[in-house]
Ligand binder design. Structure first.
Ligand code: AMP
Length: 328
């Protein structure tokens, strides 16, 4: 039996992964897998609460799985699967729905933001999204959830749902903690008042699968300030943060000194950052190419993950149903 503490996190298969997703979550997944019993899911049910093309969904799921494996998630160390392959998640969501006050969901800032992004499709799934997320996490009685800053409010709600359930039906779920990186919120390259996000268009982010030429073009267009001394603007702060984590240490030091002296040339900083990002993700791109020729292996990883996850999910559901009085 595995005695390590459990970690759960998921990412939606809804298009490209960007360096914000990587620095806020995925990088941490890779580091945590050595220490914890990790469950990393492809959140397909979450992704259908947004606008999507059913013809593309399967490819997006396979793409994200390839990204997980190519970035270094090891199926020998962690459980990787697709949310809808474990139907117990939606079953537990229904039970949690019955103990979650609507007022809690109305406070969620992500619901408010996404409602603006998809005005014509403010569906029930979008509203209930955090309850499904709580079911995902609590199903495995996770100790921690590695996420970016935008998810902290949802994890707080997950803790509340655990508390509501425990108070009503007896101690069942631990209250999970959020685990964030030193880069929990990477900002958009073209508008540093907004977080880097797919919904703000491709110019706002660098995708981890972007070709070198595209990375160079996007970095060229990144906004900066006018290059005088003094305090950094949010835009330059964001670029320096990217350079600190993804760049060569000597680049970071050199440009920091230039900034302090007020002699920095942002064109040079952006060129160096583009090159460093390209280099950083080169092994990832090579590994991804190699895995693309092995779709059967990728499917097998997901099937093995689903089998393992379902065993635990069934146990949790048995316990939950017993506690709420549904076992005859
Ligand atoms: P999602 O695409 O919403 O499934 O997000 C996947 C993960 O990436 C979540 O843990 C988010 O909190 C994280 N994330 C998304 N955007 C950013 C960002 N701009 N900076 C840091 N983390 C992010």
């Amino acid at each position: 039996m595995n005695t390590k503490q459990r970690i759960f996190s998921a990412i939606q298969p809804s298009g490209e992964l960007h360096i914000g997703n990587y620095l806020g979550a995925l990088k941490n997944f890779v580091e945590l897998q050595d220490k914890y019993d990790c469950f990393f899911f492809i959140a397909d049910y979450h992704s259908i609460s947004g606008e999507y093309d059913p013809q593309k969904k399967k490819k997006q799921i396979m793409d994200l799985t390839l990204n997980f494996l190519a970035i270094g998630l090891d199926p020998e160390k962690c459980t990787i699967t697709v949310q809808s392959q474990v139907p117990e998640h939606t079953e537990l969501t229904w039970i949690f729905n019955t103990i979650t006050p609507i007022s809690e969901l109305q406070r969620m800032t992500q619901f408010k933001d996404k409602s603006q992004d998809q005005e014509k499709n403010i569906n029930m799934g979008l509203f209930d999204y955090p309850v499904l997320q709580a079911a995902d996490i609590l199903m495995y009685k996770a100790y921690g959830v590695p996420v970016g800053q935008d998810q902290i409010q949802h994890i707080e709600l997950t803790r509340k749902i655990a508390r509501f359930f425990n108070n009503k039906f007896g101690k069942t779920f631990p209250e999970p903690k959020d685990i964030i990186t030193e880069t929990p919120k990477i900002m958009s390259l073209i508008d540093p008042t907004k977080k880097m996000s797919k919904s703000h268009g491709p110019k706002s982010y660098v995708g981890i699968n972007d070709e070198p030429e595209i990375i160079k073009q996007k970095m060229k267009k990144a906004v900066t300030d006018i290059g005088t001394t003094g305090k950094m603007t949010p835009a330059t702060e964001n670029l320096f943060l990217l350079l600190k984590i993804l760049g060569k240490p000597e680049h970071y030091k050199e440009f920091l000194v230039q900034h302090k002296k007020g002699i920095i040339k942002y064109g040079q900083l952006k060129e160096a950052l583009a090159d460093d990002i390209i280099n950083y993700f080169t092994p990832f791109r090579a590994k991804r190419k190699e895995l693309e020729s092995k779709p059967e292996y990728v499917k097998e990883v997901l099937a093995i993950g689903a089998d393992h996850a379902r065993k635990i999910a069934r146990e949790t559901m048995r316990e939950v149903k017993e506690k709420i009085g549904l076992v005859l």
